[in-house]
Design a protein around this ligand. Structure first.
Ligand code: ZN
Ligand code: ZN
Length: 295
């Protein structure tokens, strides 16, 4: 089992324990804010499982049915995450609304907060493990997971303080107000995830900075060619596709043109890890004089 897989499974198991603790805390207190905190954890568990399945599917090599690979499976799980987040936010906002209308005192508030606090401590420890391991193994994904979890801890701690203040002051509106804040926070996170996966589903091109580097590599590596044009790039999950037309002297051999393409391809693969490059070779009368001029 790979190291990343072990950590991913660890995250899921720990999130299940944290979810259990938060559900207990909610049942003990009847607090809407603690319910929203538990629901946020539920979304985390569900999306962690979906992401694990998606990453494994996405890593499968291309086959007869899916000649372009399975990279977009990762985008599916992100869309699923977005849908779940929106459902969770609607549930929380509905209960917060009820809470505003009919204020009810919290049951066993301190015990509930202690259980919720224990969940936060567990989460914080796991954040530290993820970030530490991520830095050690140079995995930005792990570090990002750790930082995401850290945000959850921060929101949990805010909720705990909110409920604490509600208990001390007797301001019962503070409980649904905290819940509504959690709902908005979840929605914001969900929106960012959806936005990212939407651009992947719509075959968004590489960012401008990378695109400029791709042009630079073609301009310097394609010596012997005249120009390149109709450059198109797209990213699907972790895969990147680059394609363009390469204008070469019509009299050179197919072998020479192919060698030229292989050289550019190798350089591009060094620039964008694991990219798939398709080059269409053309003679000089097809030049558009508007593309990348080869140096
Ligand atoms: Zn062309
Ligand atoms: Zn070839």
């Amino acid at each position: 089992m790979s190291h990343t897989l072990k950590l991913a499974i660890g995250t899921i198991l720990l999130s299940l324990v944290v979810l259990g603790l938060k559900l207990v805390a909610w049942q003990m207190t009847g607090s809407v804010a603690l319910m929203s905190d538990a629901l946020e954890s539920f979304v985390n568990v569900a999306t962690a499982i979906a992401a694990l399945v998606a990453i494994r599917v996405a890593a499968r090599p291309a086959d007869a049915n899916h000649p372009y690979g399975h990279h977009k499976a990762e985008l599916f799980s992100a869309i699923l995450e977005g849908v779940m987040i929106i459902l969770a936010a609607i549930l929380i906002l509905r209960d917060a609304w009820h809470g505003f209308q009919t204020a009810h005192p919290l049951m066993a508030p301190l015990q509930g907060l202690l259980v919720n606090g224990a969940a936060s401590v567990l989460n914080t420890l796991w954040c530290w493990v993820l970030i530490h391991q991520g830095r050690r193994h140079r995995s930005p994904a792990l570090v990002a997971d750790g930082k995401h979890l850290l945000l959850d801890v921060v929101s949990s701690v805010c909720v705990t303080f909110g409920v604490l203040i509600a208990i001390v002051t007797g301001w019962s509106w503070l409980d649904p107000a905290m819940a509504a804040l959690v709902a908005l926070n979840i929605l914001w996170g969900g929106w960012k995830v959806m936005q990212h996966s939407m651009s992947g589903l719509l075959d968004e091109s590489l960012d401008d900075a990378t695109l400029a580097k791709v042009r630079g590599v073609i301009a310097t590596e394609a010596s012997g060619a005249f120009e390149a044009h109709d450059l198109r790039t797209r990213a699907a999950g972790s895969a990147t596709f680059i394609e363009f037309h390469l204008v070469v002297p019509g009299a050179i051999t197919v072998t020479d043109a192919h060698a030229m393409c292989d050289r550019i391809e190798a350089a591009l693969k060094k620039l964008v890890k694991g990219c798939v490059v398709t080059i269409h070779v053309e003679p000089e009368d097809k030049a558009k004089h508007s593309g990348i001029i080869v140096l």
